[in-house]
Design a protein around this ligand. Structure first.
Ligand code: CA
Ligand code: CA
Ligand code: CA
Length: 203
């Protein structure tokens, strides 16, 4: 049976996966299944990383993957698992749609999103240690090629760079101040250097 859930509601339920939440097991438990397996949780080793998968809807395939590495807790000297990456399949097609990377303190440093579920990443967001975005890369044509880059300082947009011609090179620079465009630089001949400036009137 195919589940029909709004992506946001699903994302919210998936977000709970890492918090020890478990739904009531709906499948019949075989005699050899562990409690975790009954909850749709499996663990395996992939190189240096431990991969924990969560089958949140008990359909026999994972919806969430958590990759963690072995480390030593500096305070206790005991071995601990540190989450390095989490992947989520929001629309149940078996392909990952959200990737999150974490630093050793557990903060998200980077997130990649496949917004239209075609397997190509459409947006990448970079965060500082406080979880504030510092940069966003957008593939507005949904072809997997970023064509807009947004830069932030203290959470505020300060610059947008655009590749308006699909050449893979930035040809338009927008400088933002106080939530408004202050000036735009345009490279008209493709040499990477601004040839024309458009300024906000009155500035
Ligand atoms: Ca998917
Ligand atoms: Ca996509
Ligand atoms: Ca130029």
């Amino acid at each position: 049976m195919r589940r029909v859930l709004a992506p946001l509601a699903l994302a919210a339920s998936l977000a709970l996966a890492g918090c020890g939440s478990s739904q009531a097991a709906s499948q019949k438990a075989g005699p050899k299944q562990t409690a975790e397996e009954i909850q749709g949780i499996h663990e395996k080793q992939e190189g240096d990383l431990t991969v924990k998968t969560f089958d949140l809807f008990h359909e026999g395939k994972p919806d969430v993957w958590e990759y963690s590495k072995q480390a030593v807790d500096p305070k206790t000297g005991k071995p601990v698992q540190i989450l390095v990456r989490k992947e989520m399949d929001l629309n149940d097609d078996g392909k990952v749609d959200v990737w999150r990377w974490y630093n050793d303190s557990g903060a998200v440093v980077k997130e990649a999103l496949d917004l239209d579920f075609d397997g190509k990443v459409d947006e990448i967001i970079y965060f500082d240690e406080k979880g504030v975005p510092t940069k966003k890369e957008l593939a507005l044509d949904f072809n997997g090629k970023p064509n807009v880059w947004k830069f932030y300082e203290k959470g505020k947009l300060v610059r947008k760079e655009r590749d308006t011609k699909g050449t893979g090179r930035v040809d338009t620079w927008e400088y933002w101040e106080g939530g408004k465009i202050d000036r735009i630089g345009i490279d008209t001949d493709g040499d990477g250097v601004v040839d024309q400036w458009i300024k906000r009137s009155g500035s």
